[in-house]
Design a protein around this ligand. Structure first.
Ligand SMILES: Cc1ncc(COP(=O)(O)O)c(C=O)c1O
Length: 420
């Protein structure tokens, strides 16, 4: 007998960045020169004070179980950090530690959402939102982000969701946004808060790119009146402190909500390793200048990449409000070549040249609304970014090679032209 998998696991879709990463690594191992712009990981080493403190903490044997909420000193340091950075007024009881930000998607949904409840997601979206929503048997309701609106959330859609959905329960907000780089303005957040305040609606504010706002500063909805009581904000050390492999983050909300998320943490992972939390405290307290230098480096590279991409005929790229991604439209080029945007991304990696390639992601890896776009991260030296753009510009001229690639990869053939 073949044991059967659940309906959920049979239908689960994973983050494509990791799939493309695996293909890129295989090609690199085979000798191909691949410029890797597919994954949102910092190219810098882990924050220096964290490394020192982490090693010491392991030597001191902070390697046992700890409280599911997180160490008291970690919670305190995280509260002080967000108060200083975002003008919040929270304390340790408003913080729970987690293994990065991603895990809080699941715990948030477990905390608030029942089967068949509606969850509003602005799309294109981070790819693990849908599987986590379907894990709860809830319904994902999509609001499209438009390049013409700088990829900012459409509040009319929020209003419609609240009035028309049979069972509206939660909203996923992600600002600065992956993959588009869109940033919700303070006014957008105020209007959103006005729509949900006092209603039985929970907001998940996913804020991994809180330090990557390129114009002005980052606003968290948590700073708005009443929002602590119905919003959970998730933060991570992966991006700001280049610590993606440490798996460390935290969530901030009201004390009762934090207690509930800690309870759920207890059932799912017991606790976050104490030595990583001790490392994180040092990063938050001692490495802010280093953090800001790194963010400035990303900003410079984003600007350069946007300028260079806009030199390619048929490409239309906004300067993102934040994040270390750029999200150009290749719709016109895809229409000319008859290829989907992810097909074009895979062509650039696998087939445009035998010796060289560029790894990136088609916008549809982030949902239907991403069709026609390509996501590139800037986690490479400037010269490599320039080389990548030259490579892309040359590769899209090779209609014959694209046609050959499509004949072997029919699923990448464009079904209907994109709106350019
Ligand atoms: C929007 C968004 N949420 C969550 C995460 C997960 O980050 P972490 O490494 O903290 O789990 C990412 C990482 O790319 C992200 O882009």
């Amino acid at each position: 007998m073949q044991i059967s998998f659940s309906n959920f696991s049979n239908s689960v879709e994973t983050e494509s960045a990791f799939d493309v990463l695996a293909v890129a690594k295989r090609l690199i191992a085979g000798g191909k020169d691949v410029i890797e712009l597919e994954i949102g990981d910092s190219p810098f080493p882990s924050s220096p004070s964290a490394v020192k403190a982490g090693i010491q903490a392991i030597r001191d044997d902070h390697c046992h179980y700890g409280p599911s909420t997180g160490l008291p000193e970690f919670r305190q340091a995280a509260a002080e950090y967000v108060n200083r950075e975002y003008g919040l007024q929270v304390s340790a009881e408003n913080v729970v530690a987690g293994p990065g930000a991603k895990n809080f998607e699941q715990l948030f949904l477990e905390a608030f959402v029942n089967p068949d409840d509606g969850v509003l997601v602005f799309s294109p979206h981070f790819p693990t939102y849908p599987p986590n929503i379907s894990r709860r048997g809830a319904r994902m309701v999509v609001s499209s982000l438009k390049q013409s609106r700088d990829f900012r959330p459409n509040l009319d859609d929020v209003q419609r969701f609240l009035t028309d959905d049979p069972s509206p329960k939660a909203i996923f907000l992600n600002t600065p946004q992956n993959p588009t780089g869109g940033v919700a303005t303070e006014k957008d957040l105020r209007e959103l808060a006005d729509l949900v305040r006092g209603r039985d609606i929970a907001v998940f504010s996913d804020e991994p790119y809180d330090q990557m706002v390129w114009n002005g500063k980052h606003y968290s909805p948590l700073a708005l009146p009443g929002m602590l009581e119905q919003c959970v904000a998730a933060y991570t050390f992966s991006k700001s402190f280049s610590m993606s492999g440490w798996r460390l983050g935290f969530a901030v909300s009201s004390a009762p909500i934090i207690d509930m998320i800690s309870k759920l943490t207890n059932t799912a992972l017991s606790c976050v390793p104490p030595f990583t939390q001790l490392a994180g405290i040092e990063a938050m307290q001692n490495d802010l200048e280093e953090r800001d230098r790194r963010m400035q480096d990303f900003h410079d590279k984003v600007r350069q990449l946007v300028d260079d991409l806009n030199q390619i005929d048929g490409v239309n790229c906004l300067m993102p409000g934040g994040t270390f991604y750029v999200f150009p439209s290749f719709a016109e080029i895809c229409n000319q070549l008859g290829i989907s945007s992810h097909g074009l991304a895979m062509f650039l990696l696998e087939a445009a040249d035998d010796q060289r390639g560029v790894a990136c992601l088609g916008g549809e890896c982030f949902g239907e609304a991403g069709h026609g776009f390509i996501r590139l991260s800037v986690a490479q030296p400037s010269e490599r970014l320039r080389e990548a753009v030259r490579f892309m510009s040359d590769s899209i001229q090779q209609g014959g090679r694209v046609a050959d690639y499509l004949s072997q990869h029919e699923h990448y053939r464009q079904k209907t032209p994109y709106l350019a």
